[in-house]
Design a binder for this molecule. Structure first.
Ligand code: CTP
Ligand code: CA
Length: 229
């Protein structure tokens, strides 16, 4: 028996997906990071590949295997992620930023392992570049490119996500809340709200990350069509 045909509505479209955490090294053996599993981004990459896209997946350290048919670029730091995403995004039709990029890195990482000292220590952190905002600023040169972000908020989610979409010039942001059980970090399901820059929004039910990926790409395809008129 043949599996039902998947619509090839992304045939010929380059899709760039970022996934996972970044690691910001303090010294050669210590880093700042977060528990992002990468599952959401890998699901988007697989879904896009199955619909005919040429997919580049830029991922921080996660335990997931390379999805079949996807070009996978494994990086560690936010600066490495920015270099890889920026390069792939030049020719992309859709960019989906699911990565949990560390907002800061050590201003002067030590080149040798630091021994402990008596008493408190403080670490001087400096902001990482905002990869999505950087792409957003280049959108006038990419009239048909669709930019999608993710955000987790503990309060005032829709307002904050709409402001982020405006500031970063993203077409929409999928918002979730850390309190939604079984979702977000590490889970197989996700419950998100689609938020547009004009603060209109759609609550999606709790569904698998693959199903979120499907709906996300449906929305991106429809925005691409509207941009190409
Ligand atoms: N993002 C990015 N580069 C960064 C930080 C975030 O591209 N340095 C992207 C994320 O991948 C995500 C979106 O921006 O798609 C929103 O991330 P979030 O952390 O919510 O945004 P911030 O601007 O960092 O806001 P906050 O101060 O709430 O952390
Ligand atoms: Ca952040």
């Amino acid at each position: 028996l043949l599996a039902p045909a998947v619509p090839q509505d992304l045939a010929g479209v380059r899709v760039v997906v970022s996934a996972g955490p970044t690691r910001e090294y303090l010294d050669p053996v210590r880093f700042i990071s977060n528990p992002s599993s990468g599952k959401m981004g890998f699901a988007v990459a697989q879904e896009a590949q199955s619909r005919g896209a040429e997919v580049t997946l830029v991922t921080g350290p996660v335990t997931l295997p390379d999805p079949a048919g996807v070009r996978v670029v494994r990086i560690e730091t936010a600066l490495e992620m920015k270099a890889a995403v920026d390069e792939a995004a030049q020719t992309a039709g859709i960019v989906v930023m699911t990565a949990a990029i560390a907002d800061y890195r050590a201003a002067t990482p030590a080149s040798e392992k630091q021994a402990k000292v008596a008493g408190d220590v403080s670490i001087h952190l400096t902001p990482n570049p905002d990869i999505l905002a950087g792409l957003g600023a280049e959108q006038p040169h990419h009239p048909e490119r669709v930019l999608v972000g993710f955000a987790m908020e503990t309060h005032a989610g829709v307002e904050r996500a709409a402001l982020k979409a405006q500031r970063k010039n993203a077409d929409f942001i999928l918002l979730n809340y850390p309190t939604r059980e079984g979702t977000a970090f590490g889970g197989d399901d996700n419950q998100v709200t689609l938020v547009r820059p004009d603060a209109t929004f759609e609550d999606w039910p709790r569904i698998s990350k693959r199903e979120v990926a499907r709906k996300l790409l449906d929305e991106a395809v429809s925005i691409r069509r509207s941009k190409s008129f």
